[in-house]
Design a protein around this ligand. Structure first.
Ligand code: SAM
Length: 266
């Protein structure tokens, strides 16, 4: 029996309440989505989706649901955050339930909270559905744990840059510690990261770059602070990547791949 037998039964338009559900799509593999997220997509009247959310997930939408791409792909103009806010409110007032489908978890560098706040301030009901975040699962997809008994007691996820585009000053603080550091949106700052860890006295600290985690294109580069730039220069992949720095990177477990070949949903 189906878990959600009424999934695609559309509500009476007269009864539709304008609302927003911000939904985490997971990090790439379409199986890395929650059942609650699948239900929200199936109940949506409008789906606004990003580049990092796997398109295959749109197959869960009911026939007739409106699907609008609001992300940025290479060379395309990005939607301004304010435009997305307005779109959410206008679509909800016109059609009812808007699902905002975002890569990873909407509250990890995802602007999900701001979208919910704007929508609520404009009279919409709001809800949040968590997602599998690259903050943990990108390392895991490469067989690297972010914490490991006897090796690392904590992990720290950070962006490489501040809102104004400057280098995040917290990188220098993290480099003084033994925590596992997971850096998102950091590949273009790799040389600065290397400088910071070298200046902190850790040129031999283990570091990994995991790109397109959980997808068939996944690549991982593993080295030390001293070697990583040289190793990374040989790779030409432009997909999203996280950088993981710390001793747990020395303990890679070789695991069987679990991805199916997803051209369609199960
Ligand atoms: C704007 S942030 C969004 C993070 C997302 N909300 C999450 O929880 O994973 C985008 C960054 O997430 C990381 N990222 C997202 N998906 C990834 C993937 N499949 N593999 C590696 N890194 C990924 C990259 O650092 C990318 O630059």
């Amino acid at each position: 029996m189906s878990l959600y037998p009424n999934l695609h039964k559309s509500a009476d338009p007269a009864l539709r309440t304008p609302r927003l559900t911000v939904v985490g799509a997971g990090i790439g593999d379409p199986e890395l989505i929650t059942l609650r997220a699948v239900r929200a997509i199936g109940e949506a009247d409008v789906i606004l989706y990003d580049a990092l959310a796997n398109d295959v997930l749109l197959d869960y939408a009911r026939p007739g649901a409106i699907k609008l791409y609001v992300g940025k792909r290479r060379k395309e103009k990005a939607f301004e955050q304010e435009e997305i806010h307005e779109l959410i409110v206008n679509q909800a007032l016109t059609h009812g339930h808007v699902v905002r489908l975002k890569g990873g978890d909407p509250f990890v560098f995802g602007r999900g909270w701001e979208e919910m706040q704007y929508a609520q301030a404009h009279g919409l009901e709001v809800a949040y559905v968590p997602g599998v975040s690259s903050a943990v699962a990108a390392a895991g997809s490469a067989g690297i744990a972010v914490t490991l008994r006897g090796v690392s007691r904590s992990f720290w996820t950070m962006t490489a840059t501040t809102e104004s585009g400057d280098l995040n000053p917290e990188l220098a603080v993290a480099a003084q510690t033994d925590t596992t550091v997971v850096i998102l949106m950091g590949l273009h700052k790799l040389s600065f990261i290397v400088e910071i860890w070298t200046a902190a006295g850790h040129p031999d600290r283990a570091i990994a770059i995991i790109q397109d985690a959980s997808t068939p294109q996944q690549q991982q580069i593993i080295g030390t602070i001293q070697t990583i730039e040289h190793l990374a220069a040989k790779h030409k992949n432009a997909g999203p990547a996280v950088i993981v720095i710390g001793d747990t990177v020395k303990h890679v477990i070789k695991a069987l791949p679990t991805q199916l070949n997803h051209s369609k949903l199960l």
